[in-house]
Design a binder for this molecule. Sequence first.
Ligand SMILES: [Zn+2]
Length: 164
Amino acid sequence: METIYLPQLLKMPERTMVLQLCHRIAGLDTLTPVRGLFTIRHGGNFIELTLVADTIITLVCDRCLQTFNHRLSVDTSEIIYLREAPKNPSYPPEREITWEDLCETVSPDSEFLIEDWIYQQLCLALPTRNICSNDCSIPSYVPTDSDIDHRWSALAQLKHLLPE
Ligand SMILES: [Zn+2]
């Protein structure tokens, strides 16, 4: 997917670029391409990003261990401030952390990696707990003889010697 050189955005109508998505996103194994709309707008000292998209992804159920398909939908936006990175950053042992320090920033004349940002948004939308359905159950487990660790056999023999 393309990257966008941020100063170029200033020359676009409304300083905005809209991208119709029907893409595979590197690093994310989805069943269907990611479909939707991505918008990036230059706001002078910030960029505003929005993403409305969905795709289908195969997950493994945390409870029954079966695979299942999950619709991953994203409707999100983010503002990233444009700030020149200091040429020679100095880090005094102690300094006050300002609100700005905690915001994500990019350099005003850098390239913005669209696919990378979309990848992050989709990852953030992944469920924290993968459950295929409300009524699935834990697979029953019956230990077989081969599951017994034979290193403990000496202990098992000792058990026979103990009085009941
Ligand atoms: Zn399940």
